[in-house]
Structures are given as structure tokens and as C-alpha cells.
Design a protein around this ligand. Sequence first.
Ligand SMILES: Nc1ncnc2c1ncn2[C@@H]1O[C@H](COP(=O)(O)OP(=O)(O)OP(=O)(O)O)[C@@H](O)[C@H]1O
Length: 271
Amino acid sequence: MPSSEQALLDVADLCVSYPTSTGGIFTKPSSFQAVKGASFSVKRGQTVGLVGESGSGKSTIGKAILKLTPSESGRIIYDGTEISSLSEKSFLPFRKRIQTIFQDPYASLNPRLNVGAIVAEPLIVHEPELSRSEREEKVASLLVKVGLPADAMSRYPHQFSGGQRQRICIARALSSRPEFIICDECVSALDVSVQAQIANLLQDLQDEYGITYLFIAHDLAVVEHMSHEVVVMQAGQIVEKGTAEEIYNEPKTEYTRKLLDAVPKMPSLLA
Ligand SMILES: Nc1ncnc2c1ncn2[C@@H]1O[C@H](COP(=O)(O)OP(=O)(O)OP(=O)(O)O)[C@@H](O)[C@H]1O
């Protein structure tokens, strides 16, 4: 099949449940199924927007891909390898290839480390052969690449704005030269104009390095501009998927129409 030949990520019939109670002597353990048979793929070098209202299971899919939460059933195939069934040790090489950027850049940056040390961390793990000066050179060029001054290295996260902190997170994610980045609501906390700047940066990085994104968001305006394809989730199920144009111009479900109606129009975004 041509589409799966090009797919870097193939998710098939994925189900994920969270335990809600471990049970007692007289009661069975119970669980809540957050993802109910989700199937979609992400083509290499492209962006899939994963949208849906809060609690629909978007982040759970991201966590299952990263093996931060176990899959109950189904398959997650990354570049031809079924990763959902790999042991933690066998999954290790994929931790370098698949990175993630979260919503709250401040919470995901260690306040006690300066920016140079934060961005260098993955390099120490993934490229231990680099000398200290080579590492510093790489960190400086990564910071410039994401639009921060090279002297940002010696400063601390609290000295930066929200948008700048998200740029630090992007530099850190880039430092292991990933093929695939899961952006989980990574612009949601930012002002609209800053959202556009970060979205533009992510797109420039895609053009330059061919990075593939799974872009999780409840904000359809950002997703529309970022995504080649859009997957719509409702209560753990995929209710619609298609090209961004199809989803935005001819939504097939009432749910998608409601999501679109809730979006304030932002014509200047990414203009
Ligand atoms: N660790 C957990 N234990 C139990 N239930 C969880 C856990 N994490 C998430 N859930 C539940 O699973 C469902 C899906 O959550 P998930 O975070 O994947 O949704 P989401 O679409 O990403 O929403 P949001 O944008 O609000 O994060 C929700 O009902 C949530 O309450």
C-alpha cells in the first residue's frame, strides 16, 4: 500500500486503558478506556494534527507512542518496527529518534540548570563522544537555530518569556537530531502572535530537516496551518480524518463542525 510505504508511524486499532482502582478482596480492579481502537498514520516529513476536546484521548496516544503508558492492544509501528511490544531496553534507540515538546515549557525546564546545560543534556546521553567544547559549540548553534542569542546559554529559564522558553524546549528536542516530534499542546499556552512564531519555527525546521510531527492541539486554527492531515478524536475514538483542507472545508461530522465553530478565526496567523 503506497500510504503505509511512506508512513513513518502507523497506529492500528490502538486501545489504552488506565487503571482506576486496584480492587480489593471482594472487588475486581477497574479501568477506564481512554483510547478505543484508534488507527491513523503519519507520513515521513509531514505533520498530522490530532485534535479533539479535552479528555478525548489525544495525549494518551502520544504517551502510548513514547511508551510512557502501556498499550492495551493494537499496534504502533514506527519505521517498520512494532514499538509497542518492545522492551524498555529495545526501545532505547527510539527515545533518540522520537522527541516530545509539551505545553508548559516552564514546568519541563529544570530551573536550577542554565540553558546551556539543559540543551546539552540529550547530547551527553546520545553523543557522549563529543568533547566539552564541541558540545558547547553545538548548543550555541542550536540556540541560534531556534532564534535565541548564543549567550542564552549562561542564563536560566526564568529569565526568558514563554515563547523563548518554548524555543529552549525545541532546541533541547532537536539536540538528539530526532526524525519525529510529538508536539503536545506546545503552543496552547502562548499568545496568538507568539503561537504563530513558534509554529513558523517548527515548519522551518520541518523544511530544513524533514522532521515529522504529530501535532496535538485543541486549537484548530494552529493545526490547520501546520497540518497536512488532521485526525479528530472524540471520547477515545477517531471520528474523522482527512487532509486539512477536507476537514476544514467539508467536515463530515457534527462534532468536527462544532469544534470548528468554536475556533476564533485568526486570518493573520502564519500570514
Ligand atoms: N493517568 C491517568 N489515570 C486515569 N485516567 C487518566 C490518566 N490520564 C488521563 N486519563 C483520562 O483519560 C482520558 C483521556 O485523557 P487525555 O489526557 O489523553 O485527553 P486529551 O484529549 O489529551 O485531553 P487534554 O487536552 O485535556 O489533555 C481523560 O478522561 C482523562 O481523565
